[in-house]
Each structure stands twice: as C-alpha cells, then as structure tokens.
Design a protein around this ligand. Structure first.
Ligand SMILES: C[S@@+](CC[C@H](N)C(=O)[O-])C[C@H]1O[C@@H](n2cnc3c(N)ncnc32)[C@H](O)[C@@H]1O
Length: 390
C-alpha cells in the first residue's frame, strides 16, 4: 500500500484553467514534487500538509490520497487488487462509505459497475477482519473512496476532503447562476489582486466574488467553517488538526482596503447579505442596490471583478447590447481602474469595444469562458485601447 503518513502522494482536483494558481498555492504550503495535469495537481507531503491543504487551499475541489496503483484488464483482477488493500486501517464496520469512479478504458464499460466492485471488495475484507460491514451512504458518507481507471492504469484513493471543497459553508442562500466558490477564488488569484487596493463587484449575484475576496484579504482559511472526511478516518490525528487550525487564527487580519459590491436586483442584495452574515462579515463589505449602467460611483485604483449575465434569460441581441453598454460605461466612468470580466459569450465580449490586456480561458460549469483584463487608462492612453480585434 502506498499510504505513508510522512510521504503521501496527494492529488488535488480543480476546475479547468486553475491548475497554475492551484500549484502555486500548494507550493506556498510546502508541497513537494509538484506536477500539473488537466484539472489536477499531484504532489507529495505528510499528514500535516494534507490537513493544511484542506484548510487553506482556495482553488482545490478535493485532495485524494493514493492508496494503490496497478494495471488492470478485467473485473476479477480489479476486485482482487482492491481486496488486498488494508481497509481496516481506515474504516470500521460502524462507518458509512461511498465510492466515486472515473473510468476511461476499453476493459471497463461502466464507471458505476467499477465503483460497485470496489465497494464489494471493501465490504468483504472488513467483514472477514471485523465480522461486520460498513453501510453505503452515497450522500453523506463517513468515508469517500475514489477509483480512477485510464486504459489499464488504475489508482485507488481515499478522498480526504469529503464534500467538495467549494462547499465552504457560507452559502446559505443563492440567486440564479452563482459562481462556484473555487472558481470565484480562482478569479481573484488569477487577477493578481493582492489586497492592497480596493475591490468592487458591480454585479454580485449571491456575493461569491466579494466573500472569497474578503476571506483572501483577511487570511480567513476557506475551510474554516466546514469539516473534512479525514476527520472520520481511524488514524485521524486530532491533536495535529487542532494545532493547525489554531495556528491559522494567528494569521487572520483586518483588511486595510475597501471591498464592496452591488447588484440591480434587491433579491441579490439580500442573498449576498445573508451569506456574508453567515460567517460574520456582513459589516465588512459595502453591499448596495445599484444599476451599473446608471450609477456613477467614485472610485480609482480599484480592481473590478465581474460576471455579467450572458444569456440565461436574455436573447443574443439583448446580451450584446447590454455588453456594449457595460463597455461604454467602463470607458466613461471607470478610468483609472482595472476591470476583469468573466463571460461565456464571445460575441457579447467583443461589443465592449475595449482591447483586453490579458485573458484566461476557464470553465464555468459546462460553459467555456474568457476571463479578461481591461486596463481603463486615464487621458490619452485610452485611445490605444479602443478596439478589440479578436
Ligand atoms: C451571472 S450573475 C452574477 C453571479 C455572481 N458572480 C455570483 O457568484 O453569484 C449576474 C448578476 O448581474 C446582475 N445584473 C444584471 N444587470 C445589472 C445591472 N444593470 N446592474 C447591476 N447588476 C446587474 C444580475 O441581477 C445578476 O445577479
């Protein structure tokens, strides 16, 4: 078995386009031998690093620990390899389990069937060892296992996080189409905002961007308000976890910059307020009902990060006309600031009439998006940036 508490092989799963920022976060925490993959970063570290990663990393969805890697061509081989893992080191019969599976192999047609085989092997081994078996609970299991098969290569892992890490615990209310919290944190890190200048989201919806921005600026760990699956493992080191959690409190500070947001919808304003209230930061962020197209707030040297509506309930013409209005507004009233815009509608983005200085390609659920930076220069420089050729 690969599981060595001092040298765990850890895979962090993430959203497409966030691999670089995730890798940088892991490096800052002390991850070793980091390598990047599509929607994942693998690295090595000890149990303390695993606990810290779950608590502190903003752009990971999960941290999986490799237990066993092998070559496999059929069900029987798969079952036997799985039976050979010392499940009794992590799981007792009174726990509940669930198995997630990703399979891309000519030898196995159904991911669910593979998950079922792994579950059978775990149950059979524990029944032999303890005389009792764990039950399955797909929604809220104590222990989550993961199987990944690509061709003949198979990896069996323990999921140390449990519920996806985007579930921070503050979203108690939501508007339509809120951003995934991990994506919102990714936008903040990709923008390079360093919490030394003000930040404004003029179309805040459920308030995800400002909540993530405040937690980042204040040094509040994204995992501060939730639990993790590793806490259910038989070998859980509670003293180590308590020390890591307590140490993190020393780094929480009062941000010295203004973080604010607005939305045209009164529902969005109350949803945002409710979410901020959940983690006690409702007085730290200025939230206003405001039409971006009509309002003229005074701000300079501010980073705007926004995610305008791009088509859910508007037809294409309306979306494009609205984006033209956003572009005009940015040019007229936001000189001296920087705007980052996430949009999945390329035609609409072109209507901005602004040349972007930088862009990242990201996935927002199933929609491929551009996250573009617009530098809104004062005075004569703006004329260099008045068209977007692509
Ligand atoms: C895609 S949602 C933003 C989701 C948000 N980023 C979140 O994570 O919840 C777009 C938001 O823009 C708001 N909106 C649309 N037109 C607006 C306008 N003219 N001024 C301000 N907000 C507007 C909508 O009410 C909606 O909440």
């Amino acid at each position: 078995m690969l599981f060595d508490e001092n040298n765990l092989e850890i895979t962090a799963k993430t959203l497409a386009g966030l691999e670089d920022v995730l890798s940088a976060e892991i490096e800052r925490l002390g991850g070793r031998d980091i390598s990047l993959h599509s929607r994942a970063v693998t690295f090595f570290g000890d149990t303390a690093l695993l606990y810290k990663a779950n608590l502190h990393v903003r752009t990971a969805l999960k941290f999986l620990i490799a237990l066993k890697k092998f070559q496999v061509r059929n069900d029987k081989q798969f079952y036997e390899q799985c039976l050979d893992i010392e499940w009794e080191s992590f799981i007792t019969p009174n726990m509940t389990i669930a198995v997630d599976s990703t399979v891309n192999s000519p030898h196995f047609n159904h991911a669910n069937y593979v998950a079922l085989k792994l579950k059978d092997a775990v149950v059979d081994r524990l029944r032999d060892y303890y005389g009792g078996r764990p039950d399955v609970d797909v929604n809220n299991p104590d222990i989550r296992l993961n199987v990944y098969i690509s061709g003949e290569d198979c990896v069996i892992s323990l999921d140390s996080s449990g519920n996806s890490l985007h579930k921070r615990g503050y979203r108690v209310s939501q508007t339509d189409a809120p951003l995934n919290e991990v994506l919102a944190a990714g936008l903040i890190l990709l923008s390079g905002w360093n919490a030394e200048t003000d930040l404004y989201d003029p179309m805040c919806g459920s308030g995800t961007i400002v909540t993530e921005a405040y937690m980042f600026a204040a040094g509040i760990p994204p995992g501060n308000f939730r639990k993790f699956s590793f806490m259910n493992w038989k070998n859980y080191n509670e003293a180590l976890w308590t020390r890591i959690k307590n140490e993190s409190k020393a780094f929480i500070i009062e941000p010295q910059v203004k973080i604010s947001c607005a939305d045209i919808s009164s529902k969005a304003i109350s949803v945002t307020f409710r979410n901020l209230e959940e983690i006690g930061i409702e007085k730290k962020i200025d939230v206003r009902r405001r039409d971006f197209i009509k309002a003229k707030p005074e701000m300079e040297n501010t980073t705007l990060i926004m995610n305008p509506p791009y088509g859910e309930r508007m037809d294409d013409e309306d979306v494009e006309a609205f984006h033209k209005q956003i572009g005009d507004k940015l040019k007229q009233d936001y000189k001296g600031n920087v705007a980052w815009v996430l949009s999945g509608n390329m035609a609409a983005l072109k209507m901005f009439g602004l040349r972007h200085a930088k862009q990242f390609i990201l996935m927002n659920a199933t929609i491929e998006c551009r996250f573009r930076k617009f530098e809104l220069y004062e005075g004569s420089r703006k004329s260099k940036y008045n068209s977007d050729p692509d």
